[in-house]
Write a protein that binds this ligand. Structure first.
Ligand SMILES: *Cc1c(COP(=O)(O)O)cnc(C)c1O
Length: 406
């Protein structure tokens, strides 16, 4: 009794779970749905080998067996969610050695953290304002953002009712700041694109006493980013839980000033009549996030990066034997800062368009997803399970060989 369906299915198909030191209690063999140990197969949905990265559309990342075990423990009891949020947040703040006056809230994801973090800045602890959102009568109503930092996730900011005021130059910012300004938003991955960089953006916000938010959702590794921006002085910072940290897929972190985090909590589930009631976060995800971070912090990150490069080289060595195929390696400076391989070929010698090669990979058995664009494919190895590098190497080599011009 008590094990979740997820855990029970895992117990049938993931051997390392059986020997887990966590004292996991397994349920008896399932009958009905999940009995095969392959729930996706039972539903008729194809699983894929993920050589692209931490894509939410593919399910983000895979939690470790220890996280599964902690989530199952959390699932066995009732608990006050507001108490649990505060306790888990304080523990995470300690684990990350955040500056005095900072704490953490486990959210439904980085997107949820954007919305609730801003909602809290707008409403503080005023119960009328909390109920009133997204009607901003009586509250501040604008968020300043660099034009090059606009992105799909700013929808979560706009959902609070604020207007985004776009700026490009330093003068633009000075002109934009006024008594309606609630927050200055920074999209960390766009640091290189904007005229104003991460430290100067914060400095301007501080000069005007405006809270500054940094969305660093996909910006681990390096692991130090988890505390760097709080140490720098950002009032609120968010990370995805379900990307490289490999926490529960429906979890994220909102790090920040204690007052602002407490206001964010008030604007979120479990409280009803709040903007964030739809961003429910469960006891299982909250506990799982604590465990995922503990494991992530203790990981040998250099060894991991080496292993990811080794896997890329397995694929590279195989496909380069097809005449006309070349590979090159890079690491994005920021966001998904992991070894990445670009795969290109001379279309006169290997006559298949990258998007058709992508489709052939997706249609193969097992199905494989790589990133790509018009001029080639792109691959990362940090979401691969052991042995999947070899499968990708074989399949991709076969596809490219099939199209060698005669
Ligand atoms: C992935 C991502 C988000 C959303 O994160 P979730 O945890 O999936 O909600 C927000 N901002 C950026 C920059 C991201 O990369």
């Amino acid at each position: 009794m008590g094990a979740t369906g997820v855990l029970a299915a895992g117990a049938l198909s993931v051997p390392e779970l059986t020997g887990s030191p966590m004292g996991v209690r397994h349920s008896a063999a399932l009958s009905g749905f999940g009995a095969s140990g392959e729930v996706y197969k039972e539903l008729g949905v194809t699983t894929v080998i993920n050589g692209q990265g931490t894509m939410t559309v593919l399910g983000g990342s895979l939690i470790r067996p220890e996280v599964e075990a902690v989530m199952a423990q959390a699932a066995r009891h009732f608990v006050s969610i507001p108490d649990l949020e505060v306790a888990a947040g304080n523990k995470i703040a300690q684990m990350l050695k955040l500056p005095d006056g900072y704490t953490v809230m486990v959210t439904s994801g980085a997107a949820g953290a954007l919305q609730s973090g801003l909602a809290g800045i707008l409403t503080k602890d005023n119960p009328e304002f909390i109920k009133q959102l997204p009607d901003l009568t009586g509250m501040k109503s604008e968020v300043i953002i660099q034009k090059s930092h606009r992105y799909p996730f700013d929808h979560q900011l706009r959902a609070t009712g604020v207007k985004l005021v776009e700026v490009e130059t330093r003068d633009d910012v000075q002109r934009a700041i006024c008594d309606r300004t609630a927050m200055m938003h920074f999209s960390n991955f766009a640091n290189a694109e904007g005229q104003i960089k991460v430290d100067e953006w914060l400095k301007i916000a501080k000069q005007h006493n405006i809270p500054a938010f940094n969305d660093a959702a996909a910006d681990t590794p390096p692991v130090s980013h988890l505390w760097d921006y709080a140490n720098m002085g950002y009032d609120l910072v968010t990370f995805s839980g379900g990307k490289a940290i490999r926490g529960p897929q429906c979890a994220g972190l909102l790090l920040g000033r204690k007052d602002l985090v407490s206001y964010a909590l008030l604007n979120n589930s479990p409280y009803e009549d709040t903007l964030g009631r739809g961003q429910k976060i469960g006891k299982e995800e909250i506990a799982g996030m604590v465990k995922a971070l503990e494991l992530y912090l203790n990981e040998d990150h250099d060894a991991l990066a080496k292993e990811w490069s080794r896997r890329l080289n397995v694929v590279s060595d195989a496909i380069k034997r097809v005449p006309g195929v070349t590979t090159s390696f890079f690491e994005p400076d920021i966001a998904n800062h992991v070894p990445t391989m670009k795969i290109s070929w001379d279309m006169k010698r290997v006559n298949i368009a990258p998007r058709d090669a992508s489709k052939a990979l997706m249609d193969s058995k097992p199905s494989i997803v790589l990133g790509g664009s018009h001029d080639g494919l792109e691959m990362t190895a940090f979401m691969l399970k052991p042995g999947e590098d070899k499968i990708i190497a074989e399949r991709l080599t076969a596809i490219l060989k099939d199209h060698v011009a005669s």
